[in-house]
Unconditional design. Sequence first.
Length: 392
Amino acid sequence: MQIDLSHPDFQAAIPIMKEIEAAGFEAYFVGGAVRDAILGLPIHDVDIASSAYPQEIKQIFPKTVDTGIQHGTVMVLRHGQGYEVTTFRTESGYQDFRRPDHVTFVRSLEEDLKRRDFTVNALAVRHDGTVIDLFGGLADLTSQTLRAVGDPHARFHEDALRMMRAVRFESQLGFHVAPATQAAIQANAPLLAKISVERVAAEFTRLMLGQWRNAGLATFLATALSAHVPVLAAHPAAMQRLAALPATPIEEPAVAWTLVAALTQAPVRQLMTAWKQANALADVTQRATALLPVLPIPDPWQLYQAGEAAVRVAVAAAQYLTPAVSQAGVTAAYAALPIHTKHELAITGATLMQHGFTPGPKLGQMLGHLEQAVVMGDLPNTPAALLAAAQG
């Protein structure tokens, strides 16, 4: 089979491959970019695998960077661009169920491909577009099947995160997990607890944003992966509800986490800390989750406290929980607020001090009172009206 390599990322890397071959070695495109090119999906992260050892790559090209030379990866620099070339390798010993204890460089493409996760990711392509398929990946692409390369138990013991990658690919690609592979995920699900929360969270978030999210979540539950992740393990009924929400794709991570928080009713900060999510994401999720119960008719102060980002997220999440909520109506209500941040208040602490107020807690309380009065429409946002109210 020949595939189209006209995408600019492939075209830019082909001269690198030709130089490696001219030096007497093999070079192939491998990984997700090959899979996505065959499926007609957007191309990301073009990877090159070669029979040349790292030192041999460094001899072929004058400018290189040792980005991961201990694992066989050297970045070739050409015209201001970097191209990562990784030597064929085998791996052994996975004490942490994630990273190999030993990496051995080899000359065999087959030995390199057999350590990969799924057959659809174990395809290689020559610079002329010729596909090398040693493990039935093309047939699995045609049947939309996610099948582990070789023994699925061995693949998941090598890297337990691959189990999360399976359900994430199911969500993103709309493929189904092969029965033997799914059975191995269920048998090895407890190994997921040995993987760093950050890595699991990244896969779970991508699962939640996939076009076939509900299918991925169904397998996530059926294989008991959900029983070995923070917080969610304690809320199986909520996870079932999550998997049954309308199938419309979720557009951003904050919406996904707001839905998780709303359905589990777990304290949002506790949830986001347990999953080691960024503070900014946790903040938006917390404010959006607090706003959800008062939709579709929150008062102006509730909208103001939520802020623009959380209002957008809450309204988007509400479409899955209570579709009757009018997104346009809530957004318009927020836009119509007299002010949207305290910096828009027509009076400051300095102004109040110029008129006899002393610094301290009471000054802050007065500013907060004026801020809320303006937001609620009880006072116009003018210096004269605010100063009169403060002095009154």
